[in-house]
Design a protein around this ligand. Structure first.
Ligand SMILES: *[C@@H]1O[C@H](CO)[C@@H](O)[C@H](O)[C@H]1NC(C)=O
Ligand SMILES: *[C@@H]1O[C@H](CO)[C@@H](O)[C@H](O)[C@H]1NC(C)=O
Ligand SMILES: *[C@@H]1O[C@H](CO)[C@@H](O)[C@H](O)[C@H]1NC(C)=O
Length: 354
């Protein structure tokens, strides 16, 4: 455990003082572990008015779809040994002038991307903002023209390839062709996990290809770890990390099992209006979180793990539940505004740190 905690701890280098603005960090913020702490009530939250954000999809727009309790918007993440600076959207846009920031992954990438563009929009609501779908809808782009900053989303469920072949759709665990499209951006934020255990009609492939062999199925955790290793090797071989910063967005927890948080018999997040009271979530981290940490620890180049798993486990109150357009129970994604805003505050801090 000591090792994993050590790699999650921020170490922030001297470049910070070179381009100073209002988001400068104190020495204490440079060395503390931002991912360890607790949720505290703070009336100055949320960071923005979600009804004024033009980018939120119907899956995440909880207020619009009638969520009556608003307490979930009022929590601030308080790291144990330091302060998480309040997000300043205009400083962010100035600091990333001329840059392209790309989120790559499944709907949890969509979730954090929507939150970031709302946070930035709220800071400069009257500036020129252009929204586009590119590459046959695999890429969604929001460009803050006045600041020359693009925030992009690349839709990819597994990161590795799914190829249409004669026998059907083949999930190729050892190939990641889209890497060539990704590596020219300035910031890359990867995520994959949600789809690895899906079966039946939701499974997006018919066969798996691994080390040149085609198989009908295999242990899903092994498959996940193999794909992550393909990604890790690509980072080491193909990404120029002095130009492009690489982040992995940690496993996002869901809340369908009340026994995880000490309420056996509860099987969704519908009645949850407060975070878990405490700093240690009873059930512990999911196995996938250890897989991610293990693979990342083997990468030679600098890669930052946005380690949001534990702090999000405490937020059983922050999911849409059925306050979405389709009235389906969703304890997997997160309301926007909400928890994913904190992920972005931590992401911003991480980007300043390496
Ligand atoms: C939020 O934005 C909406 C739409 O622009 C506006 O009608 C509403 O008054 C705003 N709410 C607050 C609290 O500012
Ligand atoms: C664009 O996407 C659609 C639907 O996924 C697909 O049927 C079509 O072949 C794609 N077109 C190109 C040029 O890739
Ligand atoms: C949270 O836990 C603490 C310590 O166990 C307890 O004193 C407090 O009353 C709890 N708060 C709520 C809101 O349940």
């Amino acid at each position: 455990m000591g090792f994993f905690q050590a790699i999650a701890t921020f170490i922030i280098f001297s470049q910070l003082s070179a381009n100073s603005n209002s988001f400068d960090l104190t020495k204490q913020e440079m060395t503390c572990n931002m991912y360890q702490g607790k949720w505290v009530y703070d009336d100055s939250f949320p960071l923005y008015n979600s009804s004024a954000c033009p980018f939120i999809r119907k899956e995440f727009d909880c207020i619009k779809y009638g969520r009556p309790d608003h307490l979930y918007l009022k929590y601030r993440w308080q790291p144990s040994n330091c302060r998480l600076p309040r997000f300043d959207g205009e400083s962010f846009l100035k600091r990333f002038n001329g840059k392209k920031i790309m989120f790559i992954g499944d709907s949890l990438s969509l979730n954090i991307w929507q939150s970031l563009i709302c946070m930035l929009h709220a800071a400069v609501p009257n500036s020129n903002i252009i929204r586009q779908e590119l590459n046959n809808n695999t890429i969604s782009s929001v460009e803050f023209q006045d600041y020359d900053v693009s925030v992009l989303l690349f839709h990819s469920l597994y990161l590795v390839d799914v190829d249409e072949e004669k026998i059907g759709r083949v999930l190729n665990l050892n190939s990641m062709k889209n890497g060539n499209l990704w590596k020219n951006n300035d910031v890359l934020v990867f995520n994959t996990w949600l789809w690895w255990y899906r079966r039946g009609p939701k499974q997006q492939w018919d066969y798996i290809k691994v080390e040149g062999k085609i198989v009908k199925d295999m242990d899903r955790m092994t498959a996940f770890r193999t794909a992550l290793t393909t990604w890790a090797k690509w980072v080491d071989s193909d990404v120029e990390t002095d130009k492009t910063k690489v982040i992995f967005q940690g496993i996002s927890p869901s809340h369908y099992h009340g026994s995880d948080w000490g309420e056996p018999g509860v099987n969704n997040c519908m009645k949850e209006m407060k975070p878990f009271n405490g700093t240690v979530y009873p059930v512990g981290l999911p196995e996938a979180a250890y897989a991610v940490k293990g693979v990342i620890s083997g990468i030679k180049k600098p890669v930052h793990l946005l380690d949001i798993t534990a702090l999000s486990q405490l937020r059983k109150d922050a999911h849409p539940s059925f306050y979405n357009a389709f009235r389906g129970m969703d304890c997997t994604h997160w309301c926007v505004a909400g928890l994913t805003d904190t992920w972005n505050e931590l992401l911003y801090l991480a980007l300043l740190s390496f």
